[in-house]
Design a protein around this ligand. Structure first.
Ligand code: SMO
Length: 792
């Protein structure tokens, strides 16, 4: 389909508004008569609320109302807490602890930033000023911060219903087979790893506007969401206990979701409840400080991992024990991330015959931890690829060679891992070879020597990665404890002119769906690209949708779109058959034309569309007027994007500064619709992945539970000048079970980049005898490690 079809780097339709400042984000929306909400938040990590007095605040200038947790407690108010979308079962068969998460704290606060009261006023400044007048007496409790301490008997508890602060004690794999393999191993590699905690920091802060119409009794929520229908279900039906069609959720332009905006939050339910209470729309927008304190955070694992190898370096088994921080409350998807999204990926790209993983989910007095770009898969890849590199070094086998010896063979697909997944397709050897070539691997030792002449320690690190994306086949999701299936919907409305509006449940928060999906439609229906418009993000327009996360939009939402288009074509054939006075079975559709097979009798898609709405002598027994079709697609398996990244770093011996000097790789995302958009997605994720490895770290004081990195002064975000141009190749093996062959590309960079970087850093430091270092490899950490080894 030439310059606008599948495979064309079409410039994004969205850029016209984004690049001219014409995007409409939630905070750009102002409703007539709206009030502003400010949340008073706990300054303590763990405390009892002894007394709250809001009398003075209620009298302050401009204040409409003030509410505390107690005001929300009465059952007749029908306000529930925030529900969790996932149920994880512990290894003893018991369900996870699922403590309540009230909209405003009730009796106790559990992290700094926990909301305890809300002030609604004419202006935000008035609400903020009035909140200062609220008197609160706290009785401070010891803060639970470090996970190893939190799970010890006798430590303070966040919830009485979660003994030892454990949410779950989950496991996966064949423990006996793993023990047997370890007992006959030639070599065992052991590692202790910290996967550092991150704040996702989307450019656009979370925001919500609630509106209530007392005549129709309809609610509207404008908000920063990755999944408007899921938010409607959770907030409307479960928190506010409404018939869910009485709530409309609109997610306008969203400035970065990253998983953080996939979950629901207190403020989204609060503004709706408040709008009804005060009879005016209520708006809330997070400050950057609130993002640091209350957005779901990410990663935060402490892991012991072991790899057993035979004398030839063949992997025999892997054993992993992880403490996963869940923070103070369960986010919407939180229990799934360190379990099913993590343990199942520990096979990596390798044919490791036996794997056993145990994960303890721990409550601490810190912000909730939930999905963030990659969500579990980066943590898994980091364990696997650090282990493989360490094993290579210990066994004196080239790390490339060790990977090749253990990769899943090309003829082994579909390949069932010992941790519950079946990879459908891939070619890890070719992907590795492409990455090595792009990196000029064979020239590296020369570059290392050259760097040494400049006083730099140069290192090269490799990481192969695998993901399970396109979450998730409903039947599998159910087995994994999801409380919903993860299909997707698409509606294709053909207008009489032949133009098309697509309504998709896949929400776009920077992914470029308006362009990619339009290309897909133009290509498949033989239309002009600009005849296709994509609508997303509004529950009043879209049939239903499970939203965007897990790199699923093309593989799942795109497939639903293909199915809906197939239905349109089938109906078009009936209409064309009537128009061409031929048998329906003889009508063929290609390149925007319906043709009677074997003849030159044809009619265009546009003529059929017109005829569908302006019918003449239709055989109404067989054809209804109109041309509009809806399809739901539920995948039969996850998709398995894979790739290999190679990082080169140089370390300054004087300062410990790590400079990224080369970054190359090869990805296999299956079918690609728009290479330029894919490249942008990969670059964005690489920057976040490299950010985790070198810069970003959310640190809590271990005694007070205060977030020590609560602003950009202390939380180091990567910047453009930290990077070099990325050289990325593409290998393509098609997904075997969706018609597009698409696998997904949104998260790869966050998964593969951290181990590639850390393997490079450790390769650079190896000559000094340094064999271990945790992320982020800041100058201070590297400097201290070098200083210690010089003394030793
Ligand atoms: S962390 Mo993502 O929105 O699957």
């Amino acid at each position: 389909m030439g310059s606008f079809g599948i495979g064309a780097s079409v410039r994004r339709k969205e850029d016209k508004r984004f690049l001219t400042g014409k995007g409409t984000y939630t905070d750009d929306i102002n409703r007539p008569g709206q009030l502003l909400a400010y949340l008073l938040r706990s300054p303590h990590a763990h405390a009892e609320i002894v007394r709250i007095d809001t009398a003075q605040a209620k009298l302050a200038t401009g204040v409409a109302t003030v509410f505390t947790g107690a005001d929300l407690q009465a059952p007749e108010l029908k306000v529930g807490g925030l529900p969790c979308g996932w149920l994880v079962t512990s290894k003893d068969g018991s369900p996870m602890a699922e403590p309540p998460r009230p909209l405003l704290a009730q009796g106790k606060v559990r992290h700094v930033g926990d909301p305890i009261a809300v002030v609604v006023a004419e202006t935000y400044a008035q609400a903020e000023a009035a909140a200062d007048l609220i008197e609160v007496d706290y009785k401070e409790l010891p803060a639970v911060v470090a996970m190893d301490k939190a799970i010890k008997a006798g430590e303070p508890l966040l919830f009485e219903t979660a003994p030892n602060n454990l949410c779950f004690d989950w496991h996966l794999g064949d423990k006996a087979a793993v023990e047997a393999a370890f007992s006959r191993a030639h070599h065992v590699t052991r590692l202790e790893l910290v996967n550092n905690r991150l704040v996702s920091n989307p450019m656009e802060p979370r925001a919500a506007i609630g509106e209530y119409d007392p005549i129709s009794e309809d609610y509207t929520l404008y908000t920063t969401s990755q999944a408007p229908h899921v938010h409607r279900l959770l907030i409307g039906a479960m928190v506010l206990q409404l018939p869910e069609h009485k709530l409309r959720v609109v997610a306008p332009d969203v400035g970065g979701g990253f998983g953080t905006k996939g979950s629901i939050y207190n403020e989204q339910a609060l503004v709706l409840w408040l709008a009804k209470k005060v009879g005016r729309p209520v708006k809330w927008t997070a400050s950057r400080s609130e993002i640091f304190l209350t957005d779901n955070q990410a990663r935060d694992h402490v892991t012991e991992a072991e790899l057993a190898l035979d004398k030839d370096g063949k992997f025999l088994a892997m054993r992993v024990a992880t403490l996963a921080n869940l923070g103070a409350y369960l986010g919407s998807f939180a229990p799934a991330i360190p379990t099913w999204c993590y343990g199942t990926l520990l096979a990596g790209n390798y044919a490791t015959p036996a794997i056993y993983v145990g994960v303890k989910g721990v409550f601490t007095n810190t912000a909730p931890v939930d999905a963030y770009r990659g969500a579990g898969r980066p943590e898994a890849c980091y364990v696997v690829e650090r282990l493989v590199d360490r094993a290579a070094r210990e066994m004196k086998i080239d790390p490339v060679e060790l990977r090749r010896r253990n990769f899943i063979a090309n003829d082994a697909f579909p390949y069932t891992t010992p941790v519950a997944l079946t990879y459908d397709s891939g070619d890890y050897f070719k992907t590795l070879d492409m990455a090595l070539k792009a990196a000029d691997y064979t020239g590296f030792e020369q570059r290392r020597r050259e760097a040494a002449t400049r006083g730099k320690l140069r290192g090269l690190g490799i990481a192969s990665y695998i993901e399970a994306c396109a979450m998730a086949p409903s039947v599998m999701a159910g087995q994994l404890g999801a409380r919903a299936g993860f299909y997707e919907s698409a509606q294709v409305r053909v207008h009489p002119s032949g133009g098309i509006t697509v309504f998709t449940g896949s929400h776009s928060h920077g992914q470029g769906h308006e362009t990619t999906f339009a290309q897909l439609v133009a290509d498949r229906l033989g239309l002009a690209f600009d005849q296709v418009e994509i609508v997303h993000g509004d529950t009043s327009k879209i049939p239903f949708g499970m939203g965007t996360y897990a790199s699923r939009s093309l593989a799942v939402g795109g497939t639903a779109l293909v199915k809906a288009m197939d239905k349109v074509v089938n109906k078009g054939k009936k209409i064309a058959a009537h128009m061409l006075e031929a048998d329906e079975a003889d009508i063929e559709f290609a390149d925007g034309k319906f043709t009677v097979a074997g003849t030159d009798r044809a009619t265009t898609f546009a003529q059929v569309a017109f005829s569908a709405y302006v019918p003449h002598n239709f055989p109404i027994e067989t054809v209804e007027p109109g041309l509009e079709e809806t399809a739901f697609y539920d995948p039969t398996n996850f998709t398995y994007p894979a790739g290999c990244y190679i990082a080169e770093v140089e370390i300054d011996r004087e300062t410990g500064t790590v400079a990224l000097v080369n970054f190359t790789g090869a990805d296999d995302f299956g079918r690609i619709i728009n290479p330029m958009i894919v490249e942008g997605q990969v670059h964005g994720a690489l920057v976040q992945g490299i950010g985790q490895a070198l810069y970003e770290n959310a640190v809590y004081d271990r005694v007070s539970g205060q977030l020590q990195t609560g602003s950009f002064m202390d939380y180091c975000m990567p910047r453009a000048d930290n990077f070099v141009p990325f050289t990325l190749e593409t290998n393509t093996t098609l997904c075997a079970h969706n018609p597009l062959g698409a696998k997904g590309c949104g998260e790869a960079g966050t998964i593969g980049a951290p181990p590639a970087i850390m393997n490079a850093v450790l390769d650079a430091l190896a000559p000094l005898g340094i064999i271990d270092l945790d992320m982020p490899a800041t100058p201070e950490r590297v400097f201290r490690a070098m200083a210690q080894h010089q003394q030793a």
